[in-house]
Design a protein around this ligand. Structure first.
Ligand SMILES: Nc1nc2c(ncn2[C@@H]2O[C@H](COP(=O)(O)OP(=O)(O)O)[C@@H](O)[C@H]2O)c(=O)[nH]1
Ligand SMILES: [Mg+2]
Length: 196
């Protein structure tokens, strides 16, 4: 059976986790508050529908921590998100990073860092340099600043996620080709699926 790569969006409450996923899916911002979401498994197609991944959106509230922690070992790509207008949400990244690392084989995982709400220039309290420093400090693979309100850099973020997922699947010899998108004369991809 083909193994799906799970991508977890993780961060404090209201940093914009759900909004980022929603914007990527719909191409627009929905200002409704989603903060009460517990765990929202989202299946989205990436990269011209060639890859399918599962995105696990999570709440930031502490009472849901045990539920979320139980999902960590099922995920391979972790996208840590903070809000550029909220310093405590940046401070929380180290705390979340440590918990994740206690529950996964970190050498098999990839870690991304996202500073969201770049559109809120007047309220900004976390600079781009501080984000870059955090990425370096935690030895993460990728850092980007985004806006789930205006859409800035959302395509770049998901493109990078897609490339990372594709590489992970290739490393596993487990590329998932959707029915309609199998390349012609390429039987390898199909045959490379685990027969079990
Ligand atoms: N200005 C601005 N607001 C945002 C952005 N992303 C999310 N929001 C707002 O922040 C609030 C929390 O967003 P939500 O996606 O529910 O956060 P989550 O709890 O991390 O999933 C909502 O009111 C969103 O409309 C952004 O990039 N810019
Ligand atoms: Mg949410």
């Amino acid at each position: 059976m083909s193994e799906r790569i799970n991508v977890m969006f993780i961060g404090d409450t209201a940093v914009g986790k759900t909004s980022l996923i929603d914007y990527f899916k719909s191409g627009k911002h929905d200002p409704r508050i989603y903060s009460s979401t517990i765990v929202l498994p989202e299946t989205i197609n990436l990269d011209s529908s060639l890859l399918k991944i599962q995105v696990v959106d999570t709440p930031g509230q502490k009472i849901y921590e045990p539920t979320v922690i139980a999902l960590y070992p099922t995920c391979t790509v972790f996208v840590f998100i903070y809000d550029k207008t909220d310093r405590p949400s940046l401070d929380k990244i180290n705390y979340l990073y440590d918990i994740v690392n206690d529950h996964v084989h970190s050498e098999a995982c990839e870690f991304f860092l996202v500073g969201n709400k770049i559109d809120e220039r007047e309220k900004e309290v976390v600079s781009r340099q501080e984000g870059l420093n955090k990425k370096k400090q935690l030895n993460m693979k990728f850092f980007i600043e985004t806006s789930a309100k205006t859409g800035v850099n959302i395509d770049s973020l998901f493109k990078e996620i897609a490339e990372t997922v594709r590489k992970k699947q290739k490393d596993k010899g487990d590329t998932v080709w959707l029915e309609d998108h199998q390349p012609e004369n390429n039987t390898n991809a199909k045959n490379s699926k685990c027969p079990c």
